[in-house]
Ligand binder design. Structure first.
Ligand code: IPM
Ligand code: MN
Length: 359
């Protein structure tokens, strides 16, 4: 198959981890007889430096003309410490999500037996942990009306949701649940927020169409606790934009490192694949960042192309590096491999195992 992939390297460690994914995708193309072409676009602090705009129109165009988008990371400390900055890197990503209508952000949380010692949780709690967070990505408080009074003494962010916005992501989450352990948990704050009550009402209605899926409802404060106390209870977690942002970082500690977690953002146009970690500026350019979050995002991209054997080959190679201690500094502070070395090991492993496809 021929596929066009838009690549946005972004900020911080974005470029170096994404380069490893490109190597891995090329190894997959070679082994399985596909042809992937890449078009690069600017976004984030990098784009502001070069063009003054966190998301130039050409980048949106490139994305729309591609079959999928591979994205690195966004953010730069010079903006984080300047709350008055009018142009910010994150605006690029938020606008891209909106322009491409990437309304569902899918974040799978898995655990690896060789990494259990890294999690602050006891291995007893980690047993059987395997869930997916469905985070609504183009609505809620992230995109509501923002205000700052002229004298700077008052600010407000509006949280709003429409029925349609809730329905489309909910249907997707229910469909995933049907293919998994058939359990869906809606995380909200329906005891306080009107938007959460609307979510609950709509999810209750939709649930009737998916009678094989067991639904439960959990307030977000309790969910934050349950993710640590009893994470194995979850299968599909459905939630609004900001709650999803927060609980997914929390859930990443179950895996042992934020550097391991991939995500897919899907909607009606081109889908986007990115690690859930940020730009990690302290590590930028040092070749020490964990590339697995990006490489596993590339595996999700292959699944999106219906290339399931190919995606499985990437995951197998990732599992092989973890099981053999070919890991980055976040996982092993003493015996570790560089970002590039891990990318090379995975690429070689995929090439080396090409024979198994014909057996
Ligand atoms: C994420 C990030 C983004 C978000 C930031 C960079 C805008 O934290 O993808 O989780 O808050 O959505
Ligand atoms: Mn986040």
């Amino acid at each position: 198959m021929e596929k066009k992939i838009a690549v946005i390297l972004g900020d911080g460690i974005g470029p170096e981890v994404t380069q490893q994914s490109i190597k891995v995708l090329n190894a997959i193309a070679q082994r399985f007889g596909h042809s992937f072409s890449y078009s690069f676009g600017l976004m984030g602090a990098d784009a502001i430096d070069k063009t003054g705009n966190p998301l130039p129109d050409e980048t949106i165009e490139t994305c729309l003309q591609s079959d999928a988008i591979l994205f690195g990371a966004i953010g730069h400390p010079k903006y984080d410490n300047d709350p008055t900055a009018k142009v910010r890197p994150e605006q690029g990503l938020l606008r891209l999500r909106k322009e491409l209508q990437l309304f569902a952000n899918i974040r799978p949380i898995s655990t690896y037996s060789s990494l259990q010692h890294l999690s602050p949780l006891k291995s007893k709690q980690l047993k059987g942990v395997d869930f997916i967070i469905f985070r609504e990505l183009t609505g809620g408080i992230y995109f509501g009306k923002k205000e700052l009074s002229e004298d700077g003494s008052y600010a407000s962010d509006l949280c709003s949701y429409s029925k349609e916005e809730i329905e489309r992501v909910s249907h997707l989450a229910f469909q995933y649940a049907q293919k998994r352990r058939k359990k869906l948990t809606l995380v909200d704050k329906a005891n306080v927020l009107e938007t959460s009550r609307l979510w609950r009402k709509i999810v209750q209605e939709i649930a009737a169409q998916y009678s094989d899926v067991a639904v439960d409802y959990m307030f977000v404060d309790n969910a934050a606790m349950q993710i640590i106390l009893n994470p194995a209870q979850f299968d599909v977690v459905l939630t609004e934009n900001m709650f999803g942002d927060i609980v997914s970082d929390e859930a990443s500690v179950l895996s042992g490192s934020l550097g391991l977690l991939p995500s897919a953002s899907v909607g009606n146009k081109t889908a986007l694949f990115e690690p859930i970690h940020g730009s990690y500026p302290q590590a930028a350019g040092k070749d020490i960042a964990n590339p697995l979050g990006s490489i596993l995002s590339a595996a999700m991209l292959l699944d999106h192309f219906q290339m399931n054997k190919e995606a499985a080959a990437v995951r197998e190679a990732v599992g092989w590096t973890l099981a053999n201690g070919f890991v980055s500094k976040d996982i092993d502070a003493i015996n570790n491999y560089s970002t590039t070395a891990i990318g090379d090991l995975i690429m070689d492993h995929i090439e080396r195992n090409a024979d198994s496809d014909n057996s």
